[in-house]
Every structure is written in structure tokens, then in C-alpha cells.
Design a protein around this ligand. Structure first.
Ligand SMILES: [Zn+2]
Length: 279
């Protein structure tokens, strides 16, 4: 009997222990649910678009999308002892204009903290196209815009040409999207687009002559194109923005206001490329 009493006492002790453990487990589960609910509330309270590429990034959270801006000329060329001023117009040089526009574009992108703009050159030393592309690649650029101006001393050419990575390059489709956003932006200002829609492919033939095709020609030719497009490893365009040999073209972009307008067009095109609203 005493043994039976001991057994029952032991059974009651075990039952109470099981009940205590069950209680603790239920309490812990309820605590977990409360913690999960709090996390959910905090998560929903975060600013919409805090994820990459779709909204403001907190300062210092990361460096933003690296966009390389290439002011197509400038710098002292030790090989020929000359400054690379590019082509010349009425009182302005290509290097002056491309640096002004590139600087304004850099400022616009820097103010929009979703981007981390980099210039391929500070203009002190002459760089070949391949070195400009390599600088963009080294910076981890996701996109490159190379800005140039055109010249035609023999004819009354005017208007914009935009050269994306060619159909044989894997960055072709994305480069074309950027080219379309840029050309449409400039067309809206009244600047003529050359050729079919301003978007063209350039190749160098065996004699290093330039051969141009409209963008409707999608043959994947393996001839080289602009080396800056070939070496940057990201979607890229080279823009011959206007003819400095044409007074009407030059007048559009030779003032601060004209340069700011051009920088704004590039900025909005870059936003559109990344499916973002300009800020
Ligand atoms: Zn140029």
C-alpha cells in the first residue's frame, strides 16, 4: 500500500511537471507570435521602396547604382604634345562642353542618392577610349554614357547620333533601351535625330574606316566598334550629341542653360532605363 501511495505520488508529480512544461511551451509560443507581429509592424512601417533600385536609399546604406559618365575628350596627350580638345565650334570646344554637361549630370545623379556617379576622367591626362571603358569597369559601373559632339566641315550636317553596344555584344538590348530614352529626350527639344531614329551602329573596317548602319540593321557583325563601348563591360552608349560645325546645333548647348537641359535629359533617360521616377 505504501508502495502504491509512493507510485501515485510519483505519477502526480510527473503529471504536474508535464503541465508546467506545457504551460512554459505555450507561453514561449505566444511570445514568439507577439515578436513576429512586432517585426511585421516595423517592416511595414519602413519607407516604401527601401529595396534596391526602386526608391530612396538611406544615406550610407550602400553606395547606389554606379553610373559612369565619360566626358569624351580632354587631357594632355603626351604622344603628340597637344591637349585633346576634340572638335571645335563657334567659341567652344567639344572637351569644354562635354565636361560641363558631364559635371552637371554627375551633380544630378549625386543629389539622387539612388545613384553613385563616377567620371571616367578628371580631364588632366589624355585617355584612349579603351582606358575610359576600363575606368568604368574598374568602378563597377552598371551603365556608361559617353558624351561627344560631332563635326562636319564639308556639309551642313546637324542633329544627334546615339551609338549603343552593337548586336554582337551581349549588352546590346539594354544599350538600345538607354539609347531610345536618350534620343526621345533630345528629340522633344527639337534637336533633329539623324538617320532613321538617331540610333546607329558604328564599326571600324579592316582599314580602320568608320562604317555606320541604322539600328534597324541587327546583323551581329564582329567588326570592332568604339573601344569605350567594348571595354566597359556594361550597357553603354556613345552620344554624338550635336554638330559643333552647325550654328543652330551649337546654340542649343553652348550656354549653361543648354548644358543643364542636356544633363537633365541624360538624367531622366538613366532613371527611365532603371525604371525609376526622376526625383
Ligand atoms: Zn568626340
Amino acid at each position: 500500500m505504501a508502495q502504491d501511495t509512493d507510485i501515485r505520488r510519483e505519477q502526480r508529480r510527473k503529471r504536474r511537471r508535464r503541465q508546467r512544461l506545457l504551460c512554459r511551451a505555450m507561453f514561449a509560443a505566444a511570445g514568439g507570435l507577439v515578436a513576429a507581429a512586432v517585426l511585421l509592424v516595423v517592416w511595414n512601417a519602413l519607407p516604401a521602396g527601401a529595396d534596391a533600385r526602386s526608391g530612396p536609399r538611406p544615406a550610407g546604406a550602400d553606395r547606389g547604382i554606379v553610373v559612369a559618365i565619360d566626358p569624351g575628350h580632354g587631357g594632355y596627350n603626351e604622344n603628340n604634345g597637344c591637349w585633346d580638345s576634340g572638335t571645335k565650334g563657334d567659341g567652344v570646344t567639344e572637351a569644354e562642353l562635354t565636361f560641363r554637361i558631364a559635371g552637371m549630370l554627375e551633380e544630378l545623379l549625386r543629389q539622387d542618392r539612388r545613384f553613385a556617379p563616377v567620371l571616367t576622367t578628371d580631364g588632366s591626362t589624355y585617355l584612349k577610349g579603351s582606358q575610359r571603358g576600363a575606368a568604368a569597369q574598374a568602378a563597377g559601373a552598371e551603365l556608361l554614357v559617353s558624351i561627344h559632339f560631332n563635326s562636319d566641315p564639308y556639309d551642313h550636317s546637324r542633329g544627334l547620333e546615339c551609338y549603343p553596344a552593337t548586336p554582337a555584344m551581349e549588352t546590346n538590348a539594354d544599350s538600345l533601351r538607354l539609347a531610345a530614352a536618350i534620343t526621345e529626350g533630345f528629340a522633344a527639344t527639337g534637336l533633329p535625330l539623324r538617320g532613321e531614329n538617331g540610333i546607329r551602329y558604328l564599326y571600324f573596317d579592316a582599314n580602320d574606316n568608320r562604317v555606320v548602319y541604322e539600328s534597324s540593321d541587327t546583323v551581329p557583325r564582329t567588326d570592332p566598334t568604339f573601344t569605350v563601348l567594348e571595354t566597359c563591360s556594361c550597357p553603354a552608349v556613345l552620344v554624338e550629341q550635336a554638330f559643333l560645325t552647325d550654328p543652330a546645333d551649337t546654340a542649343l548647348f553652348s550656354t549653361d542653360e543648354g548644358c543643364r537641359s542636356a544633363a537633365g535629359i541624360y538624367y531622366r533617360a538613366i532613371c527611365r532605363y532603371f525604371d525609376m521616377e526622376p526625383q
